[in-house]
Design a protein around this ligand. Structure first.
Ligand code: DON
Length: 450
Protein backbone atom coordinates (compact mmCIF):
# COMPACT_ATOMS: atom_id res chain seq x y z
CA UNK A 1 0.00 0.00 0.00
CA UNK A 2 1.38 3.38 -0.97
CA UNK A 3 0.04 6.89 -0.54
CA UNK A 4 -0.58 7.30 -4.27
CA UNK A 5 -2.90 4.28 -4.11
CA UNK A 6 -5.44 6.80 -2.87
CA UNK A 7 -5.73 7.98 -6.50
CA UNK A 8 -6.25 4.40 -7.66
CA UNK A 9 -8.89 4.05 -4.93
CA UNK A 10 -10.74 7.05 -6.35
CA UNK A 11 -10.77 5.36 -9.79
CA UNK A 12 -11.85 2.02 -8.28
CA UNK A 13 -14.63 3.84 -6.49
CA UNK A 14 -15.96 5.27 -9.74
CA UNK A 15 -15.50 1.93 -11.44
CA UNK A 16 -17.61 0.30 -8.75
CA UNK A 17 -20.22 3.02 -9.00
CA UNK A 18 -20.81 2.61 -12.74
CA UNK A 19 -19.90 -1.04 -13.45
CA UNK A 20 -23.51 -2.03 -12.89
CA UNK A 21 -24.88 0.30 -15.58
CA UNK A 22 -26.30 -1.90 -18.32
CA UNK A 23 -27.72 0.73 -20.69
CA UNK A 24 -26.55 1.20 -24.25
CA UNK A 25 -25.56 -1.21 -26.97
CA UNK A 26 -22.45 -2.13 -28.90
CA UNK A 27 -21.94 -0.69 -32.37
CA UNK A 28 -22.85 -3.39 -34.86
CA UNK A 29 -22.44 -1.56 -38.19
CA UNK A 30 -18.83 -2.73 -37.93
CA UNK A 31 -19.71 -6.40 -37.27
CA UNK A 32 -16.40 -7.27 -35.60
CA UNK A 33 -17.12 -4.77 -32.79
CA UNK A 34 -19.96 -7.00 -31.54
CA UNK A 35 -17.30 -9.49 -30.44
CA UNK A 36 -16.24 -7.18 -27.61
CA UNK A 37 -17.25 -8.05 -24.05
CA UNK A 38 -20.11 -5.75 -22.99
CA UNK A 39 -19.02 -6.11 -19.36
CA UNK A 40 -15.54 -4.75 -20.00
CA UNK A 41 -15.03 -1.48 -18.20
CA UNK A 42 -11.67 0.20 -17.68
CA UNK A 43 -10.60 3.59 -16.38
CA UNK A 44 -7.19 5.23 -16.50
CA UNK A 45 -5.62 8.51 -15.50
CA UNK A 46 -2.13 9.78 -16.32
CA UNK A 47 -0.65 12.83 -14.62
CA UNK A 48 1.62 15.48 -16.09
CA UNK A 49 4.52 13.74 -14.34
CA UNK A 50 3.68 10.54 -16.18
CA UNK A 51 2.21 8.78 -13.14
CA UNK A 52 -0.36 6.26 -14.27
CA UNK A 53 -3.41 5.01 -12.35
CA UNK A 54 -6.09 2.60 -13.47
CA UNK A 55 -9.04 0.47 -12.49
CA UNK A 56 -10.90 -2.42 -14.12
CA UNK A 57 -10.20 -3.54 -17.70
CA UNK A 58 -7.66 -0.79 -18.37
CA UNK A 59 -5.23 -3.16 -20.11
CA UNK A 60 -7.77 -4.67 -22.50
CA UNK A 61 -6.93 -3.76 -26.10
CA UNK A 62 -9.63 -2.40 -28.42
CA UNK A 63 -9.63 -0.44 -31.67
CA UNK A 64 -9.33 3.33 -31.39
CA UNK A 65 -12.06 4.17 -33.95
CA UNK A 66 -12.86 7.88 -33.69
CA UNK A 67 -10.49 8.37 -30.76
CA UNK A 68 -7.79 8.27 -33.45
CA UNK A 69 -9.18 11.42 -35.10
CA UNK A 70 -7.70 14.15 -32.86
CA UNK A 71 -4.26 12.55 -33.06
CA UNK A 72 -4.27 12.32 -36.85
CA UNK A 73 -5.55 15.92 -36.91
CA UNK A 74 -2.49 16.75 -34.76
CA UNK A 75 -0.25 15.03 -37.29
CA UNK A 76 -1.80 16.97 -40.19
CA UNK A 77 -1.48 20.26 -38.26
CA UNK A 78 2.13 19.53 -37.34
CA UNK A 79 2.91 18.65 -40.98
CA UNK A 80 1.04 21.44 -42.79
CA UNK A 81 0.13 24.12 -40.26
CA UNK A 82 -3.30 25.41 -39.21
CA UNK A 83 -3.85 27.67 -42.23
CA UNK A 84 -3.33 24.94 -44.82
CA UNK A 85 -5.30 22.32 -42.87
CA UNK A 86 -8.15 24.83 -42.39
CA UNK A 87 -8.42 25.26 -46.16
CA UNK A 88 -9.55 21.63 -46.29
CA UNK A 89 -11.37 21.05 -43.02
CA UNK A 90 -13.21 23.53 -40.80
CA UNK A 91 -13.40 23.93 -37.03
CA UNK A 92 -17.12 24.49 -36.47
CA UNK A 93 -19.27 22.10 -34.47
CA UNK A 94 -21.64 20.40 -36.90
CA UNK A 95 -24.41 19.67 -34.40
CA UNK A 96 -24.88 16.45 -36.34
CA UNK A 97 -24.12 12.74 -35.90
CA UNK A 98 -20.58 11.48 -36.54
CA UNK A 99 -21.47 9.96 -39.91
CA UNK A 100 -23.61 12.85 -41.24
CA UNK A 101 -22.92 14.67 -44.49
CA UNK A 102 -21.55 17.66 -42.59
CA UNK A 103 -20.18 19.58 -45.56
CA UNK A 104 -20.11 23.34 -46.09
CA UNK A 105 -22.58 24.43 -48.74
CA UNK A 106 -20.79 25.49 -51.89
CA UNK A 107 -17.28 24.32 -50.99
CA UNK A 108 -17.87 20.78 -49.76
CA UNK A 109 -15.42 21.43 -46.92
CA UNK A 110 -16.25 19.22 -43.89
CA UNK A 111 -17.35 21.04 -40.73
CA UNK A 112 -14.55 19.74 -38.50
CA UNK A 113 -11.96 17.00 -38.16
CA UNK A 114 -13.90 15.05 -35.53
CA UNK A 115 -16.85 13.98 -37.73
CA UNK A 116 -16.17 11.19 -40.22
CA UNK A 117 -16.24 13.48 -43.27
CA UNK A 118 -13.60 15.77 -41.76
CA UNK A 119 -11.53 12.90 -40.43
CA UNK A 120 -11.34 11.29 -43.89
CA UNK A 121 -10.10 14.59 -45.35
CA UNK A 122 -7.65 15.01 -42.45
CA UNK A 123 -6.24 11.54 -43.07
CA UNK A 124 -5.94 12.41 -46.77
CA UNK A 125 -3.83 15.47 -45.83
CA UNK A 126 -1.13 13.39 -44.12
CA UNK A 127 1.91 13.48 -46.42
CA UNK A 128 2.29 10.26 -48.39
CA UNK A 129 5.46 9.12 -50.11
CA UNK A 130 7.07 5.86 -51.14
CA UNK A 131 9.67 6.13 -48.33
CA UNK A 132 7.10 7.20 -45.73
CA UNK A 133 3.57 6.11 -46.65
CA UNK A 134 0.77 8.04 -44.93
CA UNK A 135 -0.36 5.11 -42.81
CA UNK A 136 3.17 4.46 -41.61
CA UNK A 137 3.37 8.09 -40.49
CA UNK A 138 0.00 7.78 -38.76
CA UNK A 139 0.88 4.59 -36.89
CA UNK A 140 4.23 6.05 -35.84
CA UNK A 141 2.53 9.21 -34.62
CA UNK A 142 -0.19 7.35 -32.68
CA UNK A 143 2.53 5.16 -31.14
CA UNK A 144 4.53 8.21 -30.04
CA UNK A 145 1.42 9.65 -28.44
CA UNK A 146 0.90 6.35 -26.59
CA UNK A 147 4.59 5.93 -25.75
CA UNK A 148 4.73 2.40 -27.15
CA UNK A 149 4.46 0.64 -30.52
CA UNK A 150 0.79 0.18 -31.38
CA UNK A 151 -0.54 -2.23 -34.02
CA UNK A 152 -3.62 -2.78 -36.17
CA UNK A 153 -6.48 -5.10 -35.32
CA UNK A 154 -6.66 -6.68 -38.78
CA UNK A 155 -10.06 -8.29 -38.10
CA UNK A 156 -11.64 -4.95 -37.20
CA UNK A 157 -10.01 -3.34 -40.23
CA UNK A 158 -11.31 -6.09 -42.56
CA UNK A 159 -14.76 -5.87 -40.98
CA UNK A 160 -15.06 -2.10 -41.49
CA UNK A 161 -13.51 -2.29 -44.93
CA UNK A 162 -16.16 -4.85 -45.93
CA UNK A 163 -19.08 -2.75 -44.66
CA UNK A 164 -17.89 0.87 -44.80
CA UNK A 165 -19.79 2.06 -47.85
CA UNK A 166 -21.22 5.09 -46.11
CA UNK A 167 -17.71 6.44 -45.48
CA UNK A 168 -16.78 5.70 -49.11
CA UNK A 169 -19.89 7.55 -50.24
CA UNK A 170 -18.91 10.50 -48.08
CA UNK A 171 -15.41 10.51 -49.58
CA UNK A 172 -16.80 10.45 -53.12
CA UNK A 173 -19.18 13.27 -52.29
CA UNK A 174 -16.33 15.39 -50.94
CA UNK A 175 -14.22 14.50 -53.95
CA UNK A 176 -17.02 15.59 -56.28
CA UNK A 177 -16.82 19.06 -54.69
CA UNK A 178 -13.04 19.02 -55.30
CA UNK A 179 -12.52 19.11 -51.57
CA UNK A 180 -10.52 15.88 -51.22
CA UNK A 181 -6.88 16.05 -52.28
CA UNK A 182 -6.46 12.30 -52.97
CA UNK A 183 -8.27 9.26 -54.34
CA UNK A 184 -11.42 8.56 -52.23
CA UNK A 185 -10.88 4.80 -51.98
CA UNK A 186 -7.27 5.21 -50.85
CA UNK A 187 -8.22 7.92 -48.33
CA UNK A 188 -10.95 5.80 -46.77
CA UNK A 189 -8.72 2.72 -46.68
CA UNK A 190 -6.06 4.60 -44.71
CA UNK A 191 -8.81 6.01 -42.48
CA UNK A 192 -10.18 2.50 -41.77
CA UNK A 193 -6.69 1.29 -40.83
CA UNK A 194 -6.21 4.24 -38.50
CA UNK A 195 -9.58 3.47 -36.83
CA UNK A 196 -8.48 -0.17 -36.36
CA UNK A 197 -5.28 0.72 -34.48
CA UNK A 198 -5.38 -1.13 -31.18
CA UNK A 199 -4.72 0.37 -27.75
CA UNK A 200 -5.77 0.05 -24.11
CA UNK A 201 -7.43 2.55 -21.77
CA UNK A 202 -4.02 3.17 -20.19
CA UNK A 203 -2.58 3.94 -23.66
CA UNK A 204 -5.46 6.30 -24.32
CA UNK A 205 -4.88 8.12 -21.04
CA UNK A 206 -1.20 8.60 -21.98
CA UNK A 207 -2.28 9.90 -25.41
CA UNK A 208 -4.73 12.35 -23.83
CA UNK A 209 -2.11 13.34 -21.26
CA UNK A 210 0.32 14.13 -24.10
CA UNK A 211 -2.17 16.64 -25.51
CA UNK A 212 -2.83 18.03 -22.02
CA UNK A 213 0.94 18.32 -21.52
CA UNK A 214 1.48 20.62 -24.48
CA UNK A 215 2.46 17.86 -26.92
CA UNK A 216 5.16 16.23 -24.79
CA UNK A 217 4.45 12.63 -23.77
CA UNK A 218 4.70 12.82 -19.96
CA UNK A 219 5.76 9.16 -19.69
CA UNK A 220 8.51 9.04 -22.34
CA UNK A 221 9.42 12.73 -22.28
CA UNK A 222 9.28 12.80 -26.09
CA UNK A 223 7.92 15.88 -27.84
CA UNK A 224 5.30 14.47 -30.21
CA UNK A 225 3.77 17.70 -31.57
CA UNK A 226 4.47 21.41 -31.01
CA UNK A 227 2.61 23.08 -28.11
CA UNK A 228 0.46 25.19 -30.44
CA UNK A 229 -0.74 22.05 -32.23
CA UNK A 230 -1.69 20.40 -28.92
CA UNK A 231 -3.71 23.53 -28.04
CA UNK A 232 -5.40 23.58 -31.47
CA UNK A 233 -6.41 19.93 -31.16
CA UNK A 234 -7.76 20.40 -27.62
CA UNK A 235 -9.80 23.38 -28.81
CA UNK A 236 -11.47 21.37 -31.58
CA UNK A 237 -12.02 18.44 -29.20
CA UNK A 238 -13.74 20.83 -26.78
CA UNK A 239 -16.19 22.14 -29.37
CA UNK A 240 -16.62 19.13 -31.68
CA UNK A 241 -15.20 15.99 -30.03
CA UNK A 242 -18.55 14.65 -28.83
CA UNK A 243 -20.45 15.42 -32.08
CA UNK A 244 -24.03 16.57 -31.45
CA UNK A 245 -23.49 16.03 -27.70
CA UNK A 246 -20.47 18.37 -27.58
CA UNK A 247 -22.31 21.34 -26.06
CA UNK A 248 -23.93 19.26 -23.36
CA UNK A 249 -20.63 17.55 -22.55
CA UNK A 250 -18.75 20.86 -22.28
CA UNK A 251 -21.53 22.23 -20.11
CA UNK A 252 -21.61 19.30 -17.70
CA UNK A 253 -18.09 17.85 -17.80
CA UNK A 254 -16.13 20.82 -19.09
CA UNK A 255 -13.20 19.05 -20.78
CA UNK A 256 -11.92 18.54 -24.33
CA UNK A 257 -12.89 14.95 -25.16
CA UNK A 258 -13.23 12.35 -27.92
CA UNK A 259 -15.42 9.29 -28.13
CA UNK A 260 -15.16 6.23 -30.34
CA UNK A 261 -17.68 3.55 -31.36
CA UNK A 262 -15.63 0.67 -29.94
CA UNK A 263 -16.27 2.20 -26.49
CA UNK A 264 -13.14 4.26 -25.94
CA UNK A 265 -13.41 7.76 -24.53
CA UNK A 266 -10.67 10.25 -23.72
CA UNK A 267 -10.74 13.59 -21.93
CA UNK A 268 -7.89 15.98 -21.27
CA UNK A 269 -7.51 18.38 -18.35
CA UNK A 270 -5.01 20.87 -19.83
CA UNK A 271 -1.82 20.93 -17.74
CA UNK A 272 -3.42 18.46 -15.34
CA UNK A 273 -4.41 14.97 -16.45
CA UNK A 274 -5.15 12.67 -19.33
CA UNK A 275 -8.22 10.52 -18.69
CA UNK A 276 -9.59 7.51 -20.52
CA UNK A 277 -12.42 5.05 -20.25
CA UNK A 278 -13.28 1.87 -22.10
CA UNK A 279 -16.71 0.25 -22.10
CA UNK A 280 -18.36 -0.95 -25.34
CA UNK A 281 -22.01 -0.14 -24.57
CA UNK A 282 -22.87 3.09 -26.40
CA UNK A 283 -25.53 5.77 -26.19
CA UNK A 284 -27.34 7.24 -29.22
CA UNK A 285 -24.46 9.64 -29.98
CA UNK A 286 -21.97 6.74 -30.15
CA UNK A 287 -20.42 7.45 -26.75
CA UNK A 288 -19.64 4.85 -24.12
CA UNK A 289 -22.41 5.09 -21.52
CA UNK A 290 -20.25 4.06 -18.57
CA UNK A 291 -17.34 6.10 -19.94
CA UNK A 292 -19.48 9.25 -20.09
CA UNK A 293 -20.78 8.70 -16.58
CA UNK A 294 -17.38 7.87 -15.08
CA UNK A 295 -15.35 10.63 -16.73
CA UNK A 296 -18.13 13.10 -15.92
CA UNK A 297 -18.02 12.08 -12.27
CA UNK A 298 -14.22 12.15 -12.27
CA UNK A 299 -14.16 15.68 -13.65
CA UNK A 300 -16.57 16.71 -10.92
CA UNK A 301 -14.63 14.93 -8.19
CA UNK A 302 -11.23 16.28 -9.26
CA UNK A 303 -12.58 19.75 -10.00
CA UNK A 304 -11.49 19.64 -13.66
CA UNK A 305 -14.28 21.62 -15.35
CA UNK A 306 -12.41 24.20 -17.44
CA UNK A 307 -14.89 26.98 -16.78
CA UNK A 308 -14.58 26.65 -13.02
CA UNK A 309 -11.55 28.37 -11.59
CA UNK A 310 -10.07 26.01 -9.06
CA UNK A 311 -6.60 27.06 -10.18
CA UNK A 312 -6.81 30.49 -8.54
CA UNK A 313 -3.40 30.11 -6.90
CA UNK A 314 -3.06 30.66 -3.17
CA UNK A 315 -0.79 33.49 -2.37
CA UNK A 316 1.75 34.90 -4.79
CA UNK A 317 2.72 37.85 -2.64
CA UNK A 318 3.90 36.75 0.81
CA UNK A 319 4.97 40.11 2.19
CA UNK A 320 4.20 43.78 1.58
CA UNK A 321 5.82 46.03 4.12
CA UNK A 322 8.50 48.66 4.67
CA UNK A 323 12.08 47.90 5.59
CA UNK A 324 11.89 49.60 9.02
CA UNK A 325 9.82 46.72 10.37
CA UNK A 326 12.13 43.97 9.16
CA UNK A 327 13.66 42.16 12.16
CA UNK A 328 17.13 43.17 11.01
CA UNK A 329 16.34 46.94 10.81
CA UNK A 330 18.86 49.18 12.60
CA UNK A 331 17.64 50.91 15.74
CA UNK A 332 18.85 54.50 15.14
CA UNK A 333 16.04 57.00 14.45
CA UNK A 334 17.49 58.39 11.25
CA UNK A 335 18.21 54.90 9.86
CA UNK A 336 14.74 53.71 10.75
CA UNK A 337 13.18 56.74 9.07
CA UNK A 338 15.14 56.00 5.91
CA UNK A 339 14.14 52.36 6.08
CA UNK A 340 10.54 53.45 6.40
CA UNK A 341 10.80 54.83 2.89
CA UNK A 342 11.94 51.51 1.49
CA UNK A 343 9.09 49.21 0.51
CA UNK A 344 9.56 45.46 0.63
CA UNK A 345 7.62 42.97 -1.49
CA UNK A 346 8.24 39.22 -1.46
CA UNK A 347 6.70 36.76 -3.90
CA UNK A 348 6.63 33.00 -4.20
CA UNK A 349 5.84 30.19 -6.58
CA UNK A 350 5.52 30.12 -10.35
CA UNK A 351 4.75 33.50 -11.90
CA UNK A 352 2.33 33.75 -14.81
CA UNK A 353 0.23 36.70 -15.93
CA UNK A 354 -2.14 36.47 -12.95
CA UNK A 355 0.69 36.22 -10.44
CA UNK A 356 2.74 38.98 -12.08
CA UNK A 357 -0.23 41.36 -11.86
CA UNK A 358 -0.37 40.67 -8.13
CA UNK A 359 3.33 41.43 -7.72
CA UNK A 360 3.02 44.73 -9.62
CA UNK A 361 0.01 45.76 -7.54
CA UNK A 362 1.95 44.93 -4.37
CA UNK A 363 4.93 47.02 -5.56
CA UNK A 364 2.57 50.01 -5.78
CA UNK A 365 1.06 49.26 -2.40
CA UNK A 366 4.44 48.90 -0.74
CA UNK A 367 5.49 52.51 -1.06
CA UNK A 368 4.46 54.94 1.67
CA UNK A 369 5.44 57.66 -0.78
CA UNK A 370 6.22 57.58 -4.46
CA UNK A 371 9.77 58.88 -3.98
CA UNK A 372 10.78 55.84 -1.97
CA UNK A 373 12.56 52.74 -3.19
CA UNK A 374 11.45 49.15 -3.16
CA UNK A 375 13.03 45.78 -2.58
CA UNK A 376 11.54 42.96 -4.61
CA UNK A 377 12.43 39.63 -3.04
CA UNK A 378 12.14 36.78 -5.54
CA UNK A 379 14.02 34.10 -3.62
CA UNK A 380 10.92 31.94 -3.21
CA UNK A 381 9.87 32.32 -6.84
CA UNK A 382 10.26 29.02 -8.67
CA UNK A 383 9.93 30.33 -12.21
CA UNK A 384 8.33 32.99 -14.40
CA UNK A 385 6.85 32.48 -17.86
CA UNK A 386 7.55 34.89 -20.70
CA UNK A 387 4.33 36.84 -20.17
CA UNK A 388 5.08 37.34 -16.47
CA UNK A 389 8.64 38.44 -17.26
CA UNK A 390 7.51 40.96 -19.83
CA UNK A 391 5.00 42.42 -17.40
CA UNK A 392 7.47 42.57 -14.50
CA UNK A 393 10.10 44.24 -16.67
CA UNK A 394 7.55 46.77 -17.90
CA UNK A 395 6.37 47.45 -14.32
CA UNK A 396 9.89 47.95 -13.01
CA UNK A 397 10.64 50.25 -15.90
CA UNK A 398 7.55 52.34 -15.06
CA UNK A 399 8.64 52.56 -11.41
CA UNK A 400 12.03 53.85 -12.50
CA UNK A 401 10.44 56.46 -14.77
CA UNK A 402 8.37 57.63 -11.82
CA UNK A 403 11.53 58.03 -9.74
CA UNK A 404 11.06 55.00 -7.54
CA UNK A 405 14.18 52.90 -7.47
CA UNK A 406 14.10 49.17 -7.09
CA UNK A 407 16.53 46.51 -5.96
CA UNK A 408 15.93 42.82 -6.35
CA UNK A 409 16.82 39.83 -4.27
CA UNK A 410 17.18 37.37 -7.08
CA UNK A 411 20.01 34.87 -6.65
CA UNK A 412 18.29 32.50 -9.10
CA UNK A 413 18.00 35.12 -11.89
CA UNK A 414 14.21 34.64 -12.01
CA UNK A 415 13.91 38.05 -13.68
CA UNK A 416 16.17 36.85 -16.48
CA UNK A 417 19.84 37.49 -17.23
CA UNK A 418 21.11 41.00 -16.28
CA UNK A 419 21.55 42.01 -19.94
CA UNK A 420 17.94 41.28 -20.75
CA UNK A 421 16.73 43.05 -17.61
CA UNK A 422 18.82 46.10 -18.51
CA UNK A 423 17.45 46.14 -22.03
CA UNK A 424 13.83 45.71 -20.93
CA UNK A 425 13.81 47.99 -17.87
CA UNK A 426 16.29 50.59 -19.12
CA UNK A 427 18.32 50.38 -15.90
CA UNK A 428 20.97 48.36 -14.09
CA UNK A 429 18.74 46.83 -11.49
CA UNK A 430 20.87 46.21 -8.40
CA UNK A 431 20.73 42.54 -7.39
CA UNK A 432 21.43 41.12 -3.97
CA UNK A 433 21.63 37.75 -2.30
CA UNK A 434 19.64 38.80 0.78
CA UNK A 435 16.73 41.04 1.68
CA UNK A 436 18.87 42.80 4.29
CA UNK A 437 21.61 43.78 1.80
CA UNK A 438 19.01 45.06 -0.66
CA UNK A 439 17.20 47.10 2.02
CA UNK A 440 20.48 48.60 3.19
CA UNK A 441 21.42 49.52 -0.37
CA UNK A 442 18.06 51.25 -0.93
CA UNK A 443 18.28 53.12 2.36
CA UNK A 444 21.78 54.35 1.56
CA UNK A 445 20.66 55.46 -1.89
CA UNK A 446 17.82 57.46 -0.35
CA UNK A 447 20.25 59.05 2.13
CA UNK A 448 22.58 60.14 -0.68
CA UNK A 449 20.32 60.86 -3.63
CA UNK A 450 21.87 60.96 -7.06
O1 DON B 1 -15.89 5.71 -39.48
C1 DON B 1 -16.53 5.10 -38.63
O2 DON B 1 -17.75 4.99 -38.67
C2 DON B 1 -15.75 4.43 -37.51
N1 DON B 1 -14.54 3.89 -38.00
C3 DON B 1 -15.45 5.41 -36.42
C4 DON B 1 -16.69 6.16 -35.95
C5 DON B 1 -16.63 6.50 -34.51
O3 DON B 1 -15.88 5.97 -33.74
C6 DON B 1 -17.67 7.46 -34.03
N2 DON B 1 -17.49 7.78 -32.64
N3 DON B 1 -18.19 7.68 -31.71
Amino acid sequence: MSAAEAVTDALRDLHGRFAGVREGRRADYIPELTRSDPDDFGLALVSMDGHSYSAGAADTPFSLQSVSKPFVYALALASLGLEEVSRWVGAEPSGEAFNAISLEAGTGRPANAMVNAGAIVTTALVPDSREAPAFHRILTCLSRFAGRKLDVDEDVYASESATGDRNRALAYLIRSARALPVDPVAAVDTYFRQCAVRATAVDLAVMAATLAHGGVNPVTGERVVPPEVAAQVLAVMATCGMYDASGDWLLRVGLPAKSGVSGGLIAAGPARFGLAAYSPLLDAAGTSVRGYAALGALSERLGLHLMKNPALPGSTVTLVTTADVLPSAPSGRRERALRGRVGVVAAQGALDFTAAERVLYALDESGPERAGSVVLDLREVTGADSVALELLHAGLSRLAREGRRAAVVDPGDRLGPPDLVRERTGQDLPRFGSREEAAEHCAQALAAPG
